[in-house]
Design a protein around this ligand. Sequence first.
Ligand code: PRP
Ligand code: MN
Ligand code: MG
Length: 178
Amino acid sequence: AHDGYDIDEMISAKKIAARIEELAREIEAAFAGTDQLVVVGLLRGSFVFIADLVRVLNLPVEVDFLEASSYGNAMESSREVRILKDLSGEIGGRDVLVVEDIVDTGFTLHHVLRLLESRRPRRLETIALLDKPSRREVDIAATWTGFEIPDEFVVGYGIDYAQADRHLPYIGKVRMTG
Ligand code: PRP
Ligand code: MN
Ligand code: MG
């Protein structure tokens, strides 16, 4: 039911859930003893991942969001990252975990981390569900990565193609048909 493309499943919902459990245990160990971890989701792509992650994370957390957009409706990064919505809360002196759905060129995460670092958090770490290292243009890596994937256009589990397909419970690969 897509105009000009089909979607092939690449990472199942079950595999994603199992990987998130593993990652949650690593995050718990890294932030053991925190009074409150500020978990920051980058809108819109991370909304599914952050929801699943915080629900299996055995740490005191608060959830905040920041919207940074570089792709708009395009398939190619604009390399200009715009902050469309800033955090609601303060992060100075606090433990912060930035949650991303995917690191591609790296421009989004790089820009967001520079901004958040300027606010002097006590500790700032990042988690990305997906990483496409072959596409990197900025030298940056998330502290934790769910899956390394090849250079395919992926959708689902929060990730869109022209704002469609974010609701799919799995990660799928876009295959052009038209
Ligand atoms: C996508 C994705 C990441 C970013 C990764 O966001 O969700 O945030 O691009 O690409 P990069 O490493 O090349 O910067 P997008 O700008 O499409 O906004 P969205 O999250 O609202 O879909
Ligand atoms: Mn995004
Ligand atoms: Mg997008």
